[in-house]
Design a protein. Structure first.
Lengths: 388, 302
């Protein structure tokens, strides 16, 4: 079976696809193109949930902007871009602030706790940094959207993280946090603090360093937060289960440069170790394999040698261009080939390393220019479906 | 700051830690560990002889740092400022976190000063701000590559540095830029070379098609990249927040199979040529320099 066939199979067979990889490899764009690939192949409703701080994707999709609430891509826009969509494509943007507000609203035991948390001065500051907040919320929203039963397939463009694993660990870290000694210490009533043997040194240090007032602000917040433990912990467990669910698959995006493909291999192995499903690895912006062909290298050497001879005369005559210019162009084309071939050789090594980790390695060629519109995304989707 | 072993690889040493390691003559390297930084801070400033009794800092520390705003950042940036203040080195080069995080890092002392009303930490934010905000001592070198997202992020970062922190941009380094190969007259001929492909194939064999295609691709890539660099220049000229004479230093794409020290030495040669000290006025000379890298193009990333 060809790799591309597998990708089609993946989009048909799974209900959740998580697109992961290091920053700058084209993850958001590929996630959107996978959505288009799914919508052109299958009936039904596909949703792409993205993080796209530059809102570049919104404009490529012909939208001014989009937020937490899914919006549908206009079928006419698809038609204009020459994309034949059989299904519906919806998009939504991960909004951390709105997502946290929703979570608090859902898990707060009563309106009083809810309002107190939302009005807490530390709330915003804490949620924007707290326990890999972005990663957790992406997973949480995936769970939510999947549970809504409104979509056949949800594709998540995961937030760029320094450590690819943090997305996998986010739910368990959330559970751990609620059971942690730190949370107990932070929420101990102020008076009894100095009498607890275990936490006394912690408080003596924390008081001196951060000041008791700030510590009290933090404590106030976490006392409120603790009231939501039951809901949060149950939810985090559900989210974690979803990541390992057979209906979920990960797609790892990389380029064939050293650092991103190293990160991709690391992530792919971690997924396999955890028994999670590695659906595919997509190598983006790849040079043609023909560049590593020895016949091409031989031709380059021969061209460099014959650049200033009869060949230049003939080419100059055909193009109606000055002979000197032609000779110089041929020479530089021939000499520049080595550089490109060197890169291609490196890419071919890395491609082999990645192929050892997955039967579904799909390569996407480097496409000229940047993708700015729906037809560009459609072209990319076609590459993903055809493979190359 | 973003320890993934890339710096150790760049200097070809097995491992780097919080303790500075000599990697060349007069050159030391270390990786940031906020936990070690906390230990050092407690030892130096708080002078509490309880460290042993706090137990393993690691397990709880991560959560404190995650939960309390700015703590992780202040420990990182505090360590740097401390080294500058103590003048342990002539120059400190920081491979900072990716562009999304650098602002919260440099801005940490300000956040802490706003949030924490009393306590040792608050007292110690002012001298850090003095160092970070002084253009004679601290400059941010923003590294980018000639691609769409990195250039967009660079433009945003320069704006945020100015509006959200007191730190000054010292320059932009465009890494991995494809050099101009053809002059304009040659470009016109090169663009039409495939018309003469049968002649080339007759002369040197079918491999000629691949060679011509490779040149066409490289030229297309170069042109796309040049467009993004033009966009960067235009944005710098337009943006009132950015210094008028902010230099853009270009480091060409290195077509080398090597990684690690070889790449470092090639890039260092280029930077040495581009940053000739004779041409830099006093204003550009700095004691501390922070490299606010975009997502790609940091030397260690290659």
């Amino acid at each position: 079976m060809s790799a591309a066939g597998d990708l089609d199979h993946l989009l048909a067979g799974r209900e959740m696809v998580l697109v992961a990889g290091s920053g700058g490899v084209g993850k958001t764009t590929i996630a959107a193109a996978l959505g288009i690939a799914a919508a052109t192949r299958h009936r039904g409703r596909t949703l792409v949930l993205t993080v796209d701080p530059a809102r570049r994707l919104a404009s490529a999709l012909g939208l001014d902007e989009f937020g937490n609430t899914p919006v549908r891509i206009d079928p006419e826009a698809f038609a204009e871009a020459g994309v034949v969509a059989r299904g519906e494509l919806w998009v939504a943007m991960l909004d951390t602030k709105a997502g946290w507000d929703e979570l608090i609203t859902r898990h707060a035991p009563d309106a009083q706790v809810r309002d107190a948390v939302l009005a807490n001065p530390l709330y915003e500051n804490i949620t924007s940094r707290f326990v890999h907040s972005h990663e957790y919320l992406a997973m949480e929203q995936l769970h939510d959207l999947h549970a809504s039963g409104e979509f056949d397939l949800v594709i998540v463009d995961t937030p760029p993280s320094r450590n690819a694993l943090s997305i996998l660990d986010a739910p368990s870290r959330m559970v751990e946090f609620f059971g942690s000694r730190l949370l107990r210490w932070l929420t101990v009533p102020y008076r009894s603090r100095l009498f607890t043997v275990a936490s006394r040194p912690f408080y003596q240090v924390a008081d001196r360093v951060l000041g008791s007032r700030f510590l009290q602000d933090i404590a106030d917040f976490f006392v409120l937060f603790q009231a939501m433990e039951g809901g949060f912990v149950r939810r985090a467990r559900e989210v974690e289960a979803l990541l390992g669910d057979p209906r979920t698959a990960f797609v790892v995006i990389t380029t064939l440069e050293t650092a991103p493909s190293h990160e991709a291999r690391f992530l792919a192995r971690a997924l396999l170790d955890r028994g999670m499903s590695l659906g595919a690895v997509i190598a983006n912006r790849v040079l043609p394999e023909s560049l590593a062909d020895p016949a091409a290298a031989d031709a380059a050497v021969a061209l460099a040698e014959s650049a200033d001879g009869e060949l230049a005369d003939a080419v100059a005559q055909q193009l109606g261009a000055p002979r000197q210019v032609v000779a110089s162009v041929i020479e530089q084309v021939a000499e520049g080939f080595d550089d490109v071939a060197l890169v291609a050789a490196g890419e071919s090594d890395r491609r082999a390393e990645l192929a050892a980790l997955t039967p579904t390695l799909v390569t996407v060629p480097w496409l000229e220019g940047d993708i700015h519109d729906l037809s560009g995304l459609g072209e990319l989707a076609a590459h993903l479906r055809d493979g190359s | 700051m973003d320890a993934k072993g890339a710096l150790a690889n760049a200097f070809d040493v097995v491992e780097l830690g919080f303790e500075p390691t000599p990697v060349a003559a007069n050159l030391f390297a270390m990786t940031m560990s906020t936990e070690d930084s906390l230990r050092e801070y407690l030892r130096l400033f708080v002078k509490i002889p309880l460290l042993g009794r706090i137990g393993p800092l690691a397990s709880t520390f991560d959560f404190v740092a995650d939960a309390a705003p700015g703590v992780k950042e202040i420990l990182g940036v505090g360590k740097l400022c401390y080294e500058v203040r103590e003048q342990h080195y002539d120059l400190i080069v920081v491979d900072a976190e990716a562009s999304g995080h650098i602002v919260s890092q440099i801005g940490a002392p300000k956040v802490i000063a706003d949030l924490v009303q009393v306590g040792l930490v608050r007292d110690q934010t002012q001298w850090m701000l003095d160092i970070l905000d002084d253009p004679a001592r601290t400059g941010v070198a923003v590294v980018t590559t000639p691609e769409e997202m990195p250039v967009t992020e660079t433009i945003e970062l320069l704006g945020r540095l100015r509006t959200e922190t007191g730190a000054h941009a010292a320059g932009v380094i465009a890494n991995r830029v494809l050099p101009l190969v053809f002059n304009r007259r040659e470009q016109r001929v090169a663009a039409r070379l495939d018309e003469a492909l049968p002649l080339l194939v007759d002369a040197v064999g079918p491999g000629a098609a691949t060679v011509v295609e490779a040149a066409r691709m490289t030229e297309a890539r170069r042109r796309t990249g040049a467009g993004h660099l033009d966009r960067l220049r235009a944005a710098l000229e337009r943006d009132d927040h950015v210094r008028d004479d902010l230099p853009i230093v270009v480091v060409p794409e290195l077509f080398t199979r090597a990684s690690g020290p070889r790449v470092v030495s090639l890039v260092a040669d280029t930077l040495d040529d581009e940053l000739d000290p004779d041409t830099l006025d006093e204003r550009h000379r700095r004691d501390g320099s922070t490299d606010g890298g975009g997502r790609s193009g940091k030397v260690g990333d290659r």
